[in-house]
Design a protein around this ligand. Structure first.
Ligand code: SF4
Length: 499
């Protein structure tokens, strides 16, 4: 059955401008990433180290989160534990209301996209302005990011020029310097007028209670230091134990994301301004967001409700069989450092772009994260939208086994269907039975030679399958016939019975 996902894929494939933009992005970033990785002789060792640090942290998550909370509080910050998107949004909105904030500036943050914080602020009458240039462009366009790192990758220069003309009154120009200068002038006023700055965090260091933000434009530094209040909304999986661990991730993140050795600005922020300090916010609030992450961590055996969100419809019941090692694999989804490398290398993402995916997280990481956080109901075909080529696993700086995860999710999705996929199940059962009957196998392979491939393409479930695949032509002579003619078969084979 055709779904909204199929429709969006069709639209993306027919959009020649999008196709050009995606190809350009992938080529530019992957070339730079490959070069940056090759320049580091210990690249593979760093990936292994990063994987080990993430594994250790996720296995001891509560310990490090409590340590992080204690350190932030010691430095005068406030920590709020948000169980879900509604709690996180309501905390930020209520805080803004209590402090009389009318305008908030935001840095690029996937987690605030995930909880739709901008909408919550707007509903409360608080203006929220994105300050990353790409995010600002898509906010003006009323769209969602189409890439984790490059949110406006789908927009051409001409489209941005049209947008700035319509929304900002800038006479039409495709001069990049003029476009960026205009955005800069508008945003500068917003930075100065904002009562609250909202950021995410690339990492949160338990040992020191610091958050780490990497960027290229300086807007995060401005958002987190100019307004009186700084709120950081951070997924609980972003915690790392020690400052020393940061060195590993910093070497991997920018190289994997854009091929840079390091982002232009790396800020390590440890709370609000202290007495005697010349700048910085007066208040620092850390919102630690769960929103389904602990369900991904939980032991499935000890999880009576299944893991899918109630809103999206429960997908796995208590009785659903889960393959051995599933919990271990599932946890690795939380290792992700949102570098976007798996998107750039994915042959599917490179054709359909981010907006075809059903949620804010796109590409291979989106294909494993979305079903686990929202359930399969949002798009049952998502784990199937992959060639399983393994390129995502090969570039992932923290070595997440994405193809293995996809295979598990496929099997779980099939199990979760009422009665399973009966056609598929019945077909494979019949096939398994037929393959155990030599006479039927021989008869079938003979008969297949007389069925024109055109007929197979014309109707039935194979018609859809055949649209994108070549069905091999059956040879005039089967291997068995050929074998029989060439030499006498071993005893017992001539009759088709097992020796
Ligand atoms: S899954 Fe790996 S490659 Fe993909 S965004 Fe996350 S860290 Fe980067």
């Amino acid at each position: 059955m055709k779904t909204a996902f199929d429709e969006r894929i069709g639209t993306a494939l027919a959009d020649s401008r999008l196709q050009a933009a995606l190809e350009h992005l992938a080529f530019r970033f992957m070339t730079a990433r490959n070069q940056a990785a090759a320049d580091l002789p210990n690249w593979e060792e760093l990936r292994t180290q990063a994987h080990a640090i993430k594994r250790h942290t996720i296995e001891n998550l509560s310990t490090y989160l409590l340590q992080l909370e204690a350190r932030v509080r010691e430095r005068g910050g406030t920590v709020f534990w948000a169980e879900d998107a509604a709690q996180a949004c309501s905390y930020v909105v209520e805080l803004a209301r209590a402090r009389g904030v009318k305008l908030a500036v935001k840095s690029k943050s996937m987690v605030t996209e995930e909880i739709e914080l901008n909408h919550a602020l707007e509903r409360a009458g608080i203006e929220a302005v994105e300050t990353d240039l790409g995010e600002y462009i898509i906010q003006l366009a009323g769209e969602k990011p189409s890439h984790i790192v490059v949110p406006a990758v789908h927009k051409t220069r001409g489209q941005v020029a049209d947008l700035f003309e319509k929304k900002l009154g800038l006479p039409h120009t495709e001069d990049v310097a003029k476009l960026t200068a205009t955005a800069r002038a508008v945003l500068r006023q917003k930075f100065l007028a904002a009562g609250m700055g909202i950021t995410g965090a690339n990492f949160a260091i338990a040992e020191s209670g610091s958050i780490v933000l990497m960027e290229n434009e300086g807007n995060i530094r401005f958002s987190s230091s100019a307004p009186k209040i700084h709120v950081a909304v951070v997924g609980i999986e972003k915690v790392i134990p020690r400052m020393a661990d940061l060195a590993v991730f910093l070497r991997l993140l920018a190289r994997s994301a854009t091929g840079q050795k390091l982002g232009s600005y790396v800020s390590i922020l440890s709370g609000a301004r202290r007495p005697g300090e010349p700048d910085g916010p007066q208040e620092f609030h850390l919102v630690l967001l769960d929103n389904g992450r602990t369900r991904m961590l939980a032991d499935p055996v000890a999880q009576p409700e299944g893991y899918a969100s109630a809103a999206a419809g429960t997908v796995l019941s208590a009785g659903t069989a889960q393959p051995e090692g599933y919990a271990t694999l599932r946890r690795q989804t939380l290792y992700c450092i949102r570098c976007g490398a798996c998107l750039n290398v994915c042959p599917v993402y490179r054709k359909i772009g981010g907006h075809a995916y059903p949620w804010v997280y796109s590409g291979p990481i989106g294909a494993i994260l979305t079903p686990q956080m929202l359930g399969f109901a949002i798009e049952p075909k998502l784990p199937f939208a992959s060639s399983l080529c393994g390129a995502c696993r090969d570039v992932c700086p923290v070595k997440i086994p994405i193809p293995e995860m996809l295979l598990l999710l496929r099997s779980l999705e099939t199990e979760s269907m009422p009665g399973g996929r009966w056609l598929e199940r019945t077909g494979f059962r019949l096939w398994a039975w037929a393959m155990r009957q030599p006479w039927l196998y021989r008869l079938g392979s003979r008969a297949a030679r007389f069925i024109p491939a055109r007929l197979l393409a014309a109707a039935g479930p194979l018609a859809c399958w055949r649209k994108t695949r070549e069905l091999p032509v059956f040879p005039e002579e089967s291997f068995r016939d050929w074998w029989r003619k060439r030499r006498a078969p071993p005893a017992g084979m001539a009759t088709g019975r097992r020796p």
